[in-house]
Write a protein that binds this ligand. Structure first.
Ligand code: UDP
Ligand code: MG
Length: 343
C-alpha cells in the first residue's frame, strides 16, 4: 500500500464509449497496490455516444464509482472542476478518459507527492506519441512560455495526469480552459510541484476533441494567467502606472506649450498642432487607464468577497445507492463491441 489516505480519481469524459470499460479495468489493477480506499469520479461532459450508459454500468457494478453528469458539454476544465469539487480524498488524481494516460503511473505520482512533501506531482510525457508539428512543437513552445511567464518550470503542462493534494486544489478556482495552468495558478498559494515521467499512449478509440486552434487559445490564456498571477490583488498597478506616465507626459507637454504661448506669444495651435494633439491624447488616455485600474480594484474586491460561483452546472450525481430503476435500465444495456483497432 502506498497510502492510508483516501484517493479520488477524476476523469472527464466526452464521447469515450469504448475507452471507459478498459480504463476502469486498468484503474482497478493499478489501484490495487495503492489503497483499497479510493473513489473513481467519472464526469460525463454530456457525451453524445454511449459513454453515459457505460458509466452507469460501472456505477451499478462498483460502489467506488460515481458519475457526475453535466447539463451540457462545458469542456474539459469545467468537467475536471466539477469532479474536483466532489472529490473527498486527501489526494486527487486527474487523468484523461481516452487511455492515453496510463493508470500504472498513478503509484509513482502518489509516491512522489509523499516522498517530497509536494502539493502537485505533474506527469511529464517524456516520449510523446503524437505528431511533431501538429502537437509536440506547439506544446514545446507553450510549455517554455508558460514556464517563463509563470515562474513554475515544467516540461509538460499539457498532461492531464497529475496528482494533487486536495487541500491545495480546493483553493484554485478554474475558468475557461485553465486546467493546464493549475501548477502555475497554485504557485500563488505557495504550492510545491514535482515532475514525474509518465507513459504516453496512442489514442486507440474515439477521436481527439481539439485541433490546432488550441495553440492560440493557450497563448491568450497565458496572458490572462500572467495578469492574474502578478496583478490580481493590485490591478491598479497594472493599469495605473502606464496611466500615470501617460498623464504626466501629456501634462508636461501641455505646460510646455502653454508657457510658449504666454511667454513667447507663439501661436502653438498652428505651429505645434500635432504635439498639442499628442498632449491631449496622453492626458485622456492616462486618466482612462487610471480609472480602469480603480475599476479593477473594485472588481478584485468583489472577486475575493463574492459568493461561491462555479463554472459548471451539474445535472445529477449518480452513486450506486441512489439509482432509480430507470437509471439501472440505462446502465444495463449491452456493451458495444470492443475490438482491437489493428486486428
Ligand atoms: N474532454 C471533455 N470535454 C471536452 C473535450 C474533452 O471532457 O469538451 C475529455 C476527453 O473525453 C478526454 C480528455 O478530456 O478524456 C482529453 O481530451 P482529448 O483526448 O480529446 O485531448 P488530447 O489528448 O487530444 O489533447
Ligand atoms: Mg487524448
Amino acid at each position: 500500500m502506498i497510502t492510508r489516505e483516501r484517493v479520488s480519481l477524476v476523469v472527464p469524459i466526452y464521447n469515450e464509449e469504448q475507452n471507459i470499460p478498459l480504463l476502469f479495468e486498468e484503474i482497478v489493477v493499478a489501484m490495487a497496490d495503492v489503497t483499497p480506499d479510493y473513489e473513481l469520479i467519472l464526469v460525463d461532459d454530456r457525451s453524445t455516444d454511449g459513454s453515459f450508459g457505460q458509466m452507469l454500468r460501472l456505477v451499478r457494478r462498483d460502489p467506488r464509482v460515481t458519475c457526475i453528469r453535466l447539463r451540457r458539454n462545458q469542456g474539459q476544465t469545467a468537467a475536471l472542476s466539477a469532479g474536483f469539487d466532489h472529490a473527498s480524498g486527501t489526494y486527487i488524481i486527474a487523468m484523461d478518459g481516452d487511455l492515453q494516460n496510463d493508470p500504472a503511473d498513478i503509484p509513482p505520482l502518489l509516491r512522489a507527492l509523499q516522498e517530497t512533501g509536494s502539493d502537485i506531482a505533474s506527469g511529464w510525457r517524456r516520449h510523446r506519441r503524437e505528431p511533431f508539428f501538429r502537437r509536440r512543437l506547439p506544446s514545446r513552445i507553450a510549455n517554455w512560455m508558460i514556464s517563463r511567464l509563470s515562474g513554475v518550470k515544467l516540461h509538460d503542462y499539457g498532461a492531464t495526469l497529475k496528482a494533487y493534494r486536495r487541500s491545495l486544489l480546493n483553493q484554485v478556482r478554474l475558468y475557461g480552459d485553465h486546467h493546464r495552468f493549475i501548477p502555475a495558478l497554485a504557485a500563488r498559494y505557495g504550492a510545491r510541484v514535482v515532475e514525474v515521467p509518465i507513459n504516453d499512449r496512442r489514442r486507440r478509440f474515439g477521436r481527439s476533441k481539439y485541433n490546432l486552434t488550441r495553440a492560440f487559445r493557450v497563448i491568450i490564456d497565458l496572458i490572462t494567467i500572467r495578469f492574474l498571477l502578478r496583478y490580481l490583488t493590485r490591478p491598479v498597478h497594472f493599469f495605473g502606472i502606464p496611466g500615470l506616465l501617460a498623464f504626466l507626459t501629456g501634462g508636461a507637454i501641455g505646460v510646455f506649450l502653454l508657457l510658449k504661448k504666454i511667454i513667447l506669444a507663439v501661436d502653438v495651435f498652428t505651429k505645434h498642432g500635432p504635439l498639442m494633439l499628442l498632449s491631449v491624447l496622453l492626458i485622456i488616455a492616462g486618466i482612462q487607464l487610471i480609472c480602469f485600474g480603480l475599476l479593477g480594484e473594485l472588481l478584485t474586491r468583489i472577486y475575493f468577497e463574492g459568493g461561491n460561483r462555479t463554472i459548471y452546472t451539474i445535472d445529477r450525481v449518480y452513486g450506486q445507492a441512489d439509482m432509480s430503476d430507470e437509471d439501472l435500465a440505462i446502465g444495463s444495456a449491452p456493451a458495444p463491441e470492443v475490438s482491437p483497432p489493428d486486428a
